[in-house]
Design a protein around this ligand. Structure first.
Ligand code: NDP
Length: 291
């Protein structure tokens, strides 16, 4: 019998903890506690006060940044028990995560940085991807639990590697999103039908997840559903810059994309909108609509 506890019932955490509750005893805690109560009703998890999450064998978090994770780890420290495993699904920072892991280790608690991809759709369908950093032993213990909501689960290296791989992945998403937005407004401005341009790009070498999925479903549809906040993607481009700095390798393009997303956040005026708001920004700057 394994008891789990999930902290952070946001866009990703809520459905993931729901799948978890179908397979394992699951305690839930959320800052806005009503969400934990709603979760308990919907999935048969149990909403508990924060200290009680420490009664779990495996504790999972999915919070905005490593800062919130570290803050929680400090709060929970007096309650944590040796032998616990902390699986952190936050897209966080390698260096801060290592500090948090070190603090937890002193209490005998293991930590894995286990970033997610696949978006809210992946979380809802229990088909998320996980890239994990940490010891192989902890990974082996965590894997069956993560199989409740993930289909591709890969150990990518030592502590911090999960966060690092995720940051590079998301910087690539940011590059593709920005670049396709630039290209599409230029094409539309010159009379090309956006749908036809996408159809051809998607059968050609310039295609990406942005062109194959995001643009059709969110931009051309004019729906812009808010599932992944612009502010979170901007945060990820910043983490990527830290990863590049730590490596000391040349990266003029990936460094630049962080500046673009900081500008986008300011120009759009709200970090909470969906990340595809970048396309809207390019539309505004160009005076055309991508359609
Ligand atoms: P949301 O903003 O939807 O949810 C954030 C969660 O964190 C909420 O439960 C929120 O509680 C909680 N929270 C925020 N601040 C604090 C705090 N100070 N103390 C305690 N709890 C806090 O984010 P997502 O679910 O979209 O993203 C979570 C993580 O997953 C991020 O790191 C993101 O980059 C990553 N991610 C997101 C993906 C997506 O498509 N959305 C895909 C892959 C990774 P409350 O309900 O009270 O606000």
């Amino acid at each position: 019998h394994v008891r789990t506890a999930f902290i952070g019932l946001g866009a990703m955490g809520y459905p993931m903890a729901g799948h978890l509750a179908k397979k394992y005893e699951t305690l839930v805690w959320n800052r806005t506690f009503a969400k934990a109560e709603a979760h308990a009703k919907e999935f048969g998890s149990r909403a508990v006060e924060l200290p009680e999450v420490a009664s779990a064998d495996i504790l999972l978090t999915c919070l905005p940044t490593s800062l919130e994770v570290d803050e929680l780890a400090q709060k929970l420290l007096p309650y944590l028990r040796p032998g616990m495993l902390w699986i952190d699904h936050t897209s966080g920072e390698p260096e801060l995560a290592k500090k948090t892991a070190h603090m937890l280790k002193e209490k005998g608690v293991s930590y894995l940085d286990a970033c997610l991809s696949g978006g809210v759709a992946g979380a809802l369908q229990a088909r998320a991807t996980v890239m994990a950093g940490g010891s192989l032993q902890d990974f082996a213990r965590a894997k069956p639990v993560m199989e409740a909501y993930a289909t591709k689960i890969v150990h990518v290296g030592p502590l911090g590697s999960g966060h690092a791989v995720k940051a590079v992945n998301n910087a690539l998403l940011a590059v593709n999103l920005w670049a396709l937005s630039e290209g599409m407004v230029a094409l539309v401005k010159q009379g090309v039908d956006a749908g036809l341009a996408l159809e051809v790009i998607n059968a050609s070498s310039g295609r990406s997840n942005v062109s194959e999925n995001l643009f059709g479903q969110r931009v051309i549809s004019r729906q812009f559903p808010n599932t992944f906040a612009l502010g979170l993607l901007a945060k990820d481009t910043g983490i990527c810059v830290k990863v590049l700095e730590a490596a000391g390798t040349p990266a003029p393009l990936l460094r630049q994309v962080r500046e673009f997303f900081e500008i986008a956040k300011r120009e759009v005026g709200a970090a909470e909108v969906d990340h595809t708001a970048v396309a809207r920004l390019l539309e505004r700057w160009s005076g055309v609509e991508i359609k």
